[in-house]
Design a protein around this ligand. Structure first.
Ligand SMILES: N[C@@H](CCC(=O)N[C@@H](CS)C(=O)NCC(=O)O)C(=O)O
Length: 211
């Protein structure tokens, strides 16, 4: 049995599960991927040790950890650079900004998250236009991150960090559903969608509809 087990949703459409998965892939760690069917409340079954009863959860022996940012920070500290690739920038301010972007994506932008759920990335696309509130939220997102990407690189900073995967997913909610983004943001989202760790998540076997 591998030392690390990552529990994710059986639809592979949790953005937070994707973040933890990408972190393990980027760290090049061996791990076992286990799914739970959320609609069947499988995270509430006996034996599922995550305090939050949510995915993602990381198990390392008897130690269980939920919350995607806690997981990615734990992986960063447990398997540090230079033996393992970085998840967070070396520079203090860049590292703080990486966490700022991660936190913003997790705690805000609800109108985008509700009207462009992640099922529209991996199952059927959205069929209704964005509400005025969602349009305003798109503007706030674009205004927040466009200056960070004005350099035109496919990464927020000189090297990739975990916030790149998280931000690309948020932007793809819009791009893949036909909302026009500034060209730099669109190119950034599409480049990150093809990054091997993210592409591996995208290629996981999903049924035709969510379970
Ligand atoms: N803040 C958490 C959010 C985790 C979360 O909301 N997971 C959802 C799937 S996206 C879940 O497990 N839902 C099952 C439930 O609430 O019963 C994180 O970043 O990991």
């Amino acid at each position: 049995m591998s030392e690390l087990t990552l529990y994710v949703d059986a639809n592979y459409d949790s953005p937070w599960a994707m973040s933890a998965f990408v972190a393990l892939e980027e760290k090049q760690l061996p791990y076992e991927l286990v799914t739970r069917v959320l609609s069947k409340k499988e995270t509430f079954a006996p034996g599922y040790g995550a305090r939050t009863k949510k995915v993602p959860a990381l198990r390392r022996g008897d130690f269980w950890l939920a919350e995607s940012m806690a997981i990615t920070e734990y992986l960063a500290e447990s398997f540090p650079f230079p033996k393992h690739p970085r998840l967070y920038p070396e520079n203090l301010e860049e590292r703080a900004t990486c966490r700022e972007v991660q936190s913003f994506l997790r705690t805000d932008l609800m109108a985008i998250r509700q009207e462009r759920p992640t099922t529209t990335l991996w199952f059927a696309r959205a069929t209704t236009p964005l509400s005025a509130e969602a349009e305003a939220t798109v503007k706030r997102l674009v205004d927040a991150v466009e200056p960070l990407l004005a350099h035109g690189r496919p990464t927020l900073f000189a090297s990739w960090c975990i916030a790149d995967a998280d931000l690309a997913l948020m932007l793809q909610r819009l791009n893949l559903n036909g909302t026009a983004l500034p060209p730099t943001l669109r190119a950034y989202a599409e480049a990150n969608w093809l990054r091997p760790s993210v592409a591996k998540w995208n290629a996981l076997p999903r049924g035709p509809t969510p379970v």
